[in-house]
Design a protein around this ligand. Structure first.
Ligand code: ADP
Length: 522
């Protein structure tokens, strides 16, 4: 098919089956790669419209397309959506009864299915592979392809088995799709799947309709309510790290007069599904969830995503916050973090195998650094994904809006903090150091005679939380590190340089968290 003919045919298809009138960025290129029968690796942010890139071409070619997908709920949603559009699709995974599976297999053999969604472990079964060898297989799609890479944030061992696909079906195009991939993950995906000179299509990671802001968590409920009050009667998601946090925050919100529903993997299946459905159908506006919520959920009108705890990586943050504003209209992403979150994540990540632990810790550090970024947050996120932004967002993040001010005497303040750490023999943690600098009458400070230190009360005009925040900034800029066991502050080589006046430092003044008790909603 000539290029223009191909474009027209695809436009006809997306119009006829989905009612769309134009392609989103890179969709046409991705579809063309499929139709040309070559391999491809497509990286588009959440909401970028990846599914259509392989669904539409599947309707233009002979035979059946296989889509490998990691999540059972995701497959069902996609297949249901396709059937609504009048497209013959089916899925095979462990949720099906034997008879249902047999029925699907019969339909596949009869050539009645255009798109078959399969879990990776199911696809790689011998019986399945030999059946696919007998029918007309059009192409293979690997969705959530970062799961194949150990460098990614969601490595799944079953995805590794997909390496064999290229040997088994050498003539069949393989198309890998993901929303999050750094350059390292990208090349790893291509290597692991044995892609043959793949067409590499990487969309822009910027989401200009999203605004980003970050604040230290002080009074969780009050801070969350402040955001909710900006969005009355609008749907939004609040992410927490643990199931217990989900339960407690959802309950506190309900007690404060907001109507929210919890969502986490520990809830009974029925309750979890009902809460999700109520949110999707706009019967409830607020869902409080762990990261178990969201993959594959396509709700276009989410107006805010609040993180009430630190995500474990920027990949996670990009994906979770990216669920806001899929309809292209303005939406808000707010992150509340605390040092404690890092400690919790480190405990959780400790259980990982050694190969992935180091990467996980690095990713966590990158996430912490985002909290203490200085420039545009849009730019920061894009740079993490190997892209750049031509100009700062101006109003799309707290930093560009000027919510934080640069501190003029940053070096002097940094030196005061470092001197105190030094005079405390580098034996104490952040809260204690802040108390000394504040000139606190804390019993422990007095018992240690640290009210006699020359650094005692040096920052008495600042709030404890501001001093703590500056300490975090010193950590994220590597002037100070914390010991693994007791979180004692230690001065790094750069810290010594700063003390000697040989290094520069820029601190930001944090926005003060609102301490006001929230009144109940009318
Ligand atoms: P992704 O998988 O990349 O996160 P989806 O495939 O779920 O994104 O698509 C996101 C939303 O955009 C869906 O609601 C989809 O129907 C819609 N969409 C995709 N392509 C187009 C298009 N060309 N025109 C209009 N809407 C589109």
């Amino acid at each position: 098919m000539a290029k223009t003919g191909m474009e027209d045919a695809l436009l006809d298809i997306i119009h006829e089956f989905w009612g769309y009138t134009e392609f989103r960025p890179l969709q046409q290129e991705a579809m063309t790669a499929v139709l040309e029968g070559r391999d491809s690796l497509v990286v588009l942010p959440t909401g970028g419209g990846k599914s259509l890139c392989y669904q539409a071409p599947a309707l233009c070619v002979d035979g059946m397309a296989v889509v490998v997908s990691p999540l059972i709920s995701l497959m069902k949603d996609q297949v249901d959506a396709l059937r609504v559009c009048g497209i013959s699709a089916a899925y095979l995974n462990s949720s099906l009864e034997q008879e249902e599976s047999r029925h699907v297999l019969r339909e596949v053999r009869a050539g009645n299915i255009k798109l078959l969604y399969v879990a990776p472990e199911r696809l790689m079964l011998e019986g399945m592979l030999s059946m696919l060898a007998e029918i007309k297989l059009a192409f293979i799609v690997i969705d959530e392809a970062h799961c194949v890479s150990m460098w990614g944030h969601d490595f799944r061992p079953h995805y590794r088995e997909l390496q064999e696909l290229k040997n088994i079906f050498p003539k069949c195009g393989i198309h890998a799709y993901t929303a999050t991939a750094t350059e390292q993950v990208r090349s790893d995906i291509a290597v692991q799947l044995g892609l043959n000179s793949p067409e590499l299509l990487v969309g822009s990671f910027d989401r200009p309709n999203l605004t980003y802001s970050v604040a230290r968590r002080a009074d969780r409920l009050a801070q969350v309510c402040e955001v909710l009050d900006r969005h009355p009667n609008e749907p939004g998601v609040i992410y927490c790290i643990s199931r217990a946090d989900v339960e407690s925050l959802s309950e506190s919100l309900n007690n404060a007069g907001y109507e929210s529903r919890p969502y986490h993997a520990g809830l009974p299946d029925e309750e979890r599904a009902a809460n999700q459905e109520d949110f999707i159908q706009d019967r409830v506006d607020i869902i409080v969830a762990t990261i178990a919520f969201g993959m594959g959920i396509d709700k276009p009108n989410v107006r805010y995503v609040i993180h009430a705890g630190l995500p474990k990586s920027l990949e996670n943050y990009q994906q979770e916050s990216g669920r806001a504003g899929r309809d292209g209209l303005e939406a808000e992403c707010v992150l509340f973090y605390s040092e404690q979150d890092t400690v919790i994540w480190k405990l959780i990540l400790e259980d990982q195998p050694d190969e992935s632990k180091a990467t996980a810790f690095q990713s966590l550090q990158a996430m912490q650094n985002y909290c203490h970024a200085f420039d545009c947050r849009h730019r920061y996120l894009m740079q993490h994904f190997g892209q750049d932004l031509e100009q700062d967002c101006e109003t799309g993040c707290d930093l560009c809006r000027g919510d934080f001010q640069k501190v003029d005497d940053s070096v002097e303040i940094g030196q005061k903090i470092l001197s105190s750490i030094f005079r405390q023999d580098q034996n104490y943690g952040a809260a204690y150091t802040a108390a000394v600098l504040k000139g606190s009458k804390d019993k422990k400070v007095l018992a240690n005679n640290h009210d006699q230190l020359s650094t005692y009360g040096l920052l008495k005009n600042e709030s404890l939380s501001t001093i703590r925040n500056w300490l975090s900034q010193l950590v994220s800029q590597n002037f100070v590190t914390k010991t693994a066991e007791y979180q004692q502050l230690r001065i790094t080589n750069s810290g010594w340089q700063l003390l000697r006046g040989e290094a520069t430092l820029q601190l930001m003044r944090p926005a003060q968290a609102s301490k006001s008790e929230k009144t109940k909603r009318a």
